[in-house]
Design a protein around this ligand. Structure first.
Ligand SMILES: CC(C)(COP(=O)(O)OP(=O)(O)OC[C@H]1O[C@@H](n2cnc3c(N)ncnc32)[C@H](O)[C@@H]1OP(=O)(O)O)[C@@H](O)C(=O)NCCC(=O)NCCS
Length: 155
């Protein structure tokens, strides 16, 4: 399995993963295409690809000066707990660092216990809670990782 920047041929596979992982607010193929074409200057998309060339996960990262935001990360449902999410996260951290970010932020649904545990294991710390952050009224938990300090995960 390798992680690489997404290209135009990956749009359909990423869109399918978006629908599977985020059915309520999936990025559309059109939106993904614009991002992959570089027309959203702060947004980067990474894909995890298995040995057969199949996209098995993706991550969306945006970097604005010293703050990076992990907008989402997803692994194909049947491929979870094999380290793919961890590889995507490590690559996202590496990307954020290479673009000068000092802090990586993300929001996760309060009820998304699997993802919260995934981020906790990776070293993210809760810094805030935003009530009714999501359209359905769910609370968002804001997590942060310092990229400049000695405790940051290497990527
Ligand atoms: C969160 C997600 C990306 C994790 O991807 P993954 O490929 O399964 O992650 P990894 O295999 O690298 O997991 C690394 C570690 O995180 C923790 N972890 C991951 N998923 C977990 C779960 N569902 N429950 C508890 N711990 C979990 C474990 O410690 C795991 O190590 P282990 O398998 O050796 O115990 C995946 O579950 C997913 O796509 N979820 C749906 C989309 C989503 O909610 N994304 C996050 C919000 S943006």
């Amino acid at each position: 399995m390798t992680v690489r920047p997404a290209g135009p041929d990956d749009v359909d596979a990423i869109a399918a993963l978006e629908l599977e992982a985020f059915p309520d607010d999936a990025w559309t193929p059109e939106y993904l295409q614009v991002a992959i074409d570089g027309k959203m200057p702060t947004v980067r998309i990474l894909v995890a690809v298995d040995d057969a060339g199949t996209v098995v996960g993706h991550a969306l990262v945006s970097v604005v000066y010293e703050i990076a935001e992990l907008q989402r990360i997803a692994t194909a449902e049947e491929q979870r707990r094999r380290g793919i999410g961890g590889s995507l996260l490590a690559a996202s951290i590496g990307l954020a660092r290479s673009e000068g970010a000092e802090r990586l932020l993300l929001e996760v649904r309060e009820g998304n216990v699997g993802a919260i545990e995934f981020y906790r294991q990776a070293g993210f710390i809760e810094i805030d809670r935003r009530e009714r952050y999501y359209r359905d009224g769910a609370t968002g938990i804001v997590l942060a990782m310092e990229l400049a300090g000695p405790t940051a995960t290497s990527g």
